[in-house]
Design a protein around this ligand. Sequence first.
Ligand SMILES: CCCCCCCCCCCCC/C=C/C(=O)SCCNC(=O)CCNC(=O)[C@H](O)C(C)(C)COP(=O)(O)OP(=O)(O)OC[C@H]1O[C@@H](n2cnc3c(N)ncnc32)[C@H](O)[C@@H]1OP(=O)(O)O
Length: 300
Amino acid sequence: QKLTFSLKIAISSSLSKIHLNVSHGRLCASSTSFSQRNNSSSANLKVDHDQTTGVAVMHMQSPPVNSLSLDFLTEICITLEKLEMDKGCRGLIITSSQPKVFSAGLDILEMYGKSPERCGEFWKAVQEMWLKLYGSNMVTIAAINGSSPAGGCLMSITCDYRIMADNPRYSIGLNETMLGIVAPFWFKETMVNTVGHRNTEISLELGLLYKPAEALNIGLVDQLVPEDQVLSAATQTMTKWLAIPEHARQITKSMMRKSTIEKLRSNREADIQNFVNFITKESIQKSLRMYMEMLKQKKA
Ligand SMILES: CCCCCCCCCCCCC/C=C/C(=O)SCCNC(=O)CCNC(=O)[C@H](O)C(C)(C)COP(=O)(O)OP(=O)(O)OC[C@H]1O[C@@H](n2cnc3c(N)ncnc32)[C@H](O)[C@@H]1OP(=O)(O)O
């Protein structure tokens, strides 16, 4: 059955024991035990949930570079909702199973040559992922074991804490300007809330991508560790965060993030319309095409 994205999200809360598989905008459900086993996997996500510690590790495994397509975003949202509703899950670590890349950000192909309706559906899914992660009651830690440009950086800075692999070949940042596009206000505000106004201004205007040491220097990430220790360091940090009185931590997090979240929540439709109008402009489509060509040339 074909379901709209919003319907999928609405019904997902009642699917706590259902194995989900999202493919080409379709949601298929088969009756396996998500919560009885400690592990679950859908097409592009593997979730290891340790019931004794209350920590889930979400491995992104969408080849080649974990770019955030509509299908992938839908999978992520459904998984986040299931974990959020699960009282046995108090902490979430997000990491990548793809070599060298945490996430390449939004899937450029979702923004190129698509109908306004499809662009709108895509953007709603991007909003949904951000709202779920930024507003999560769980402790969220990004274990950044590869490059994390644009939407990948956004995903990281919606988490409570960021640990990055100390590998100078990797980079992180909101580089939208370099694609000829503009980071919307809620990307910008998440960045301001992380690294402050001045760093954000420079970073966004120039579309900067930071090497790990530079990212640490401006506070874009909180800790650098050798590549093979990213996950273990995230697990250690999680233990510390989970030792804090939960209710007090959650209220404090909400207090810090509420105004940014409310601003998007109360303007979702206008924000979608802004995105659709912007991204479907001929000049923007041309910029995206040139950027994609540049990516291909870089390979050749
Ligand atoms: C008046 C005010 C108006 C304001 C209105 C605002 C409205 C909103 C405007 C729009 C806002 C949009 C926000 C956008 C956010 C984004 O996230 S855009 C995506 C940005 N991402 C990038 O720039 C990353 C590009 N990719 C890379 O730099 C590299 O791929 C990598 C991640 C560093 C990995 O490198 P490497 O391991 O060398 O792999 P590659 O060979 O480069 O790539 C492998 C294949 O993957 C394809 N690919 C890479 N990234 C993407 C992507 N993001 N989307 C889709 N596909 C991607 C790449 O082309 C390769 O493909 P093949 O050649 O076919 O193998």
